[in-house]
Design a protein around this ligand. Structure first.
Ligand code: PGA
Length: 206
C-alpha cells in the first residue's frame, strides 16, 4: 500500500497554535514543533523536529541530539532548512553529518533543498524554492514545481518528494493536481492557524 500523503506543520519559532480538528484517515500530519513542545504533542499527530545537532552526544552544551529526539518518539526531522542555511550558515557537510546521526537513530530525515546543489541524497527530499518560502501566504515559484521534481526524480529515483513554500488552503489542491510526484507538503505560515491548516488537510484528503 502507498504511504499516506504527508503534511508537516513547521511551527518554526512562532507562537504555537492550538489545533481543534480531527484527521482524515488518508493523511499523516506531522508537527515539527520547537524542541520543548515535541514530547507533549497530541497523539493524533506524528512527532517531528525542525533540526538536530551535528554531534552524536557528549559535552556540547545546548545541543539536542538525534538520540534524545528518538527517545521522545520523533519520527521525522527536517535537515538543512533554508532558514538554517541562511541565518546559521549551515552547509551540506553539516547536513550530511546530521543525516547520519538521524539515520543511526531510526529517524526519517527530510532534507530541505532550494535547488539541486542543496541536495544530500535521502529517502525524503523537500523542495523549497527560496522565492516561495514565507512569502506571507503568497505563492511565487520561479520555476514549475513539476518540472523541478521530474528532473530531481531522474537523479534521485529512490527518493520521495515534498514541497514547501507558502502552501495555503487556496493553492494546495492545485499544487497536487499539477505535480503527481508530490508525496506531501511542509507548511509554515498557514499551519499557525487551526482553521487554515485544517482546510489544507481536508483539501488534500479530498
Ligand atoms: P511557509 O514555510 O509555508 O511559511 O512558506 C514553509 C517552510 O519554510 O517550511
Amino acid at each position: 500500500m502507498d504511504p499516506k500523503f504527508l503534511i508537516v506543520a513547521n511551527w518554526k519559532a512562532d507562537e504555537p497554535p492550538v489545533y481543534n480538528f480531527t484527521l482524515p484517515d488518508s493523511i499523516e500530519v506531522a508537527i515539527a514543533a520547537p524542541f520543548p513542545l515535541i514530547a507533549g504533542l497530541p497523539n493524533q499527530f506524528t512527532k517531528a523536529a525542525q533540526d538536530v545537532s551535528v554531534f552524536a552526544s557528549g559535552a556540547e552544551t545546548g545541543e539536542v541530539t538525534a538520540k534524545i529526539l528518538a527517545q521522545i518518539g520523533v519520527k521525522y526531522c527536517l535537515v538543512g532548512h533554508s532558514e538554517r542555511r541562511r541565518y546559521f550558515g549551515e552547509t551540506n557537510e553539516q547536513v550530511q553529518q546530521k543525516l547520519s546521526n538521524i539515520l543511526q537513530n531510526d529517524i526519517m530525515p527530510i532534507v530541505c533543498a532550494r535547488s539541486i546543489e542543496d541536495i544530500v541524497p535521502a529517502d525524503l527530499i523537500m523542495y523549497e524554492p527560496s522565492e516561495a518560502i514565507s512569502s506571507n501566504g503568497e505563492y511565487h515559484p520561479a520555476k514549475d514545481i513539476n518540472e523541478t521534481l521530474t528532473d530531481w526524480q531522474q537523479k534521485f529515483p529512490k527518493s520521495r518528494f515534498l514541497y514547501g513554500g507558502s502552501v495555503n488552503p487556496q493553492n494546495c489542491k492545485l499544487l497536487i493536481e499539477n505535480c503527481k510526484l508530490l508525496s506531501g507538503f511542509v507548511v509554515g505560515h498557514a499551519s499557525l492557524d487551526s482553521t487554515s491548516f485544517s482546510a489544507i488537510i481536508n483539501a488534500c484528503a479530498a
